[in-house]
Design a binder for this molecule. Sequence first.
Ligand code: HEM
Length: 143
Amino acid sequence: MDWLLALHLYALALGTGFSLANLLNLRLAGNETDDGRAALARLRQMLGRIGDGVVTLIWLTGLGLAARYIGAGGEGAAALPASFHAKMLFVLSLTLCHVGARRAAAQVMGKGRKELLPWVFRCTLGTHVSAVAAILLAVAAFG
Ligand code: HEM
């Protein structure tokens, strides 16, 4: 049993699911009363906070898995396929989009800057699309 790979897959499943949940949440919030919107925003914030840990876990487990290929002398790095390197671009974009969504949401909740709400949606969409692209490229690389 490869526990590190299992943890990696669990973390990325959480990250992919959370970003989709927050997209649906944002869609719902548009038609809600003020109280309903506040409750939905608290749920997004909770998933966003857990998401910080999830993104960290994806990186830690992913780098741990990659270290097996690279080896002590770095001799295996060249053997990683191009799809792995393309995957890493989407992992980077996933991370940046997550940070962008968290920062924009903090401005909306903390300072009442509602005009930033479309950016919360765009960044959350970017996080989700990057996660799906990373899954496809990981399966192309290692599947
Ligand atoms: C720091 C970032 C990451 C690194 C360094 C990394 C590295 C790796 C490595 C080396 C494997 C192969 C494990 C093996 O079978 O020996 C793997 C598997 C996998 N990774 Fe990542 N990963 C990262 C982030 C992600 C993200 C963000 C996703 C998707 C959202 C993802 C999706 C997958 C999937 C689906 C597999 C299983 C592929 C298969 O066995 O068919 N990874 N990862």
